[in-house]
Write a protein that binds this ligand. Structure first.
Ligand SMILES: [Mn+2]
Length: 430
């Protein structure tokens, strides 16, 4: 039995108050879906099996380049962060794993593993950091890391990634995500081809050190912190990387790392078709890499991404098992609440996508009936699947209403007393 951060009687009392209404709503939705030939419990079971990893860096208040406004009870280090992650999973039953960022979360791997086990949490992909200088490192990443013109700087960045694999291996992680800040701010500053050659050579060194059952995820981003060019700017470059490195290398899609209006779901489809979709960093955005809560701005886009994932699942695409991770920055909300709401939104998009009548859609596509094809997607999207999500949480021992239950538990107040306010902290925008 894992350590419970929220008292079981709080969850029980909160659920008790909502159980009758939920049962009625679940039964009504069950009837609606039955008329469409869908058995509601099949959907609920699938939703229950769907999980998404929480980013360790997401439980602290984020910031912008202007300021950071920390809330009460900010986690003081990785062990506090894991406690907060455990709350998210306890109430949502959706986030059994945490994705760590090194060196921010560096600690004795044995202690990390023991803490995870005590809380009932596992570890998802490891994240390296060569976009900022760690205290005491000999070479600076000001002008790049894995693609730096200086061999000693590249060697240091490679070594850091190997250390991330080593820590990850000790705590049960099976993947490394590499996102670099390398790029240029001025035309002419960097030679595009030589810079990319250096990056590929560095990544090949990291790839060689991967254990057999690990995957390497490269994450593209079109701009920021470099504003003229980035080395891994888009999915095309990302595909070239994964293809060049080998069968254990895959592309990671962060929803916020594209130009506005980019058809992300189509990128997802292409990467699936060519066996290179590694996973996601879920978040939402309005203008740039805003790192807003998943589904906060454009929930239909999130649904369309999941429509491609469910389609691949439906077609039984060989070796299809993308990693699902959240990557957000919470500036004005309680991070625990945002992450619970986001995990819920991600599951919602999955549940809605499961409701798409795929046979009908295929027929409309073959007949070139654009309107009915669109309506088929909309019909699934318009379905309020909240009773399914709530029932899945409740059946797994979680909360029917995670945010209300969290507020009733007084957890934030408790950790605010226990954790003295700190004056600094990372912005956490990656
Ligand atoms: Mn990301």
């Amino acid at each position: 039995m894992s350590e419970m951060k929220i008292a079981a009687d709080v969850i029980a009392a909160e659920n008790e108050a909502r159980a009758q209404a939920l049962d009625a709503e679940y039964a009504a939705l069950g009837e609606t879906l039955a008329r469409r030939g869908i058995e509601i419990d099949n959907i609920t079971d699938k939703v229950s099996e769907f999980s998404v990893a929480v980013p360790s860096w997401g439980v602290g208040t984020g910031g912008t380049r202007f300021a950071r406004f920390p809330g009460g009870g900010e986690p003081r280090g990785i062990f506090d962060k894991l406690d907060d992650c455990a709350v998210i999973h306890q109430l949502t039953r959706t986030t059994p794993t945490v994705s760590l960022h090194i060196p921010w979360d560096k600690a004795d791997p044995k202690e990390l593993k023991a803490k995870g086990e005590a809380l009932g949490l596992g570890f998802d992909a490891m994240n390296s950091n060569t976009f900022s200088d760690a205290v005491g490192q000999s070479q600076s990443y000001k002008y790049g890391s894995l693609s730096h013109t200086d061999a000693a700087t590249r060697a240091q960045a490679i070594e850091h990634n190997l250390e991330c694999i080593e820590i990850g291996n000790a705590i049960g992680s099976k993947a490394l995500t590499v996102w670099i800040g390398d790029g240029s701010n001025f035309p002419g500053q960097s030679h595009f081809t030589r810079q990319f050659e250096r990056y590929l050579a560095s990544m090949a060194e990291i790839y060689k050190a991967l254990p057999d059952d690990w995957r390497l995820f490269s994450e593209h981003k079109m701009y920021e912190p470099a504003f003229y060019s980035t080395v891994v700017q888009d999915w095309g470059t990302n595909y070239l990387i994964a293809n060049t490195l080998g069968p254990k290398a895959f592309c990671l899609v962060d929803l916020g790392h594209h130009a506005p209006n980019t058809n992300i779901e189509m990128i997802v489809a292409r990467l699936i078709q060519f066996g290179k979709l590694g996973g996601f960093h879920f978040n939402d955005s309005k203008y740039g890499d805003d790192d807003l809560d998943a589904g906060a701005i454009d929930p239909y886009r999130l649904f369309l991404v999941f429509n491609e994932l469910v389609d691949a699942e439906h077609r039984g695409v060989d070796g299809f098992h993308p990693a699902h991770m959240i990557d957000q920055s919470h500036n004005v909300t309680d991070p625990i609440e945002s992450l619970m709401a986001s995990a819920n939104e991600i599951r919602r998009a999955y549940a809605q996508a499961l409701l798409v009548d795929r046979a009908a859609l295929e027929g409309y596509q073959d007949e070139n009936d654009a309107l009915m094809a669109s309506e088929t997607l909309k019909r699934a999207y318009r379905t309020d699947v909240e009773p399914i999500l709530a029932q899945a949480r409740r059946r797994a021992g979680g909360a029917i209403d995670p945010i209300a239950t969290y507020r009733a538990s007084g957890y934030r107040k408790k950790v605010t007393m226990e954790r003295p306010a700190s004056v600094s902290g990372g912005g956490g925008i990656v």
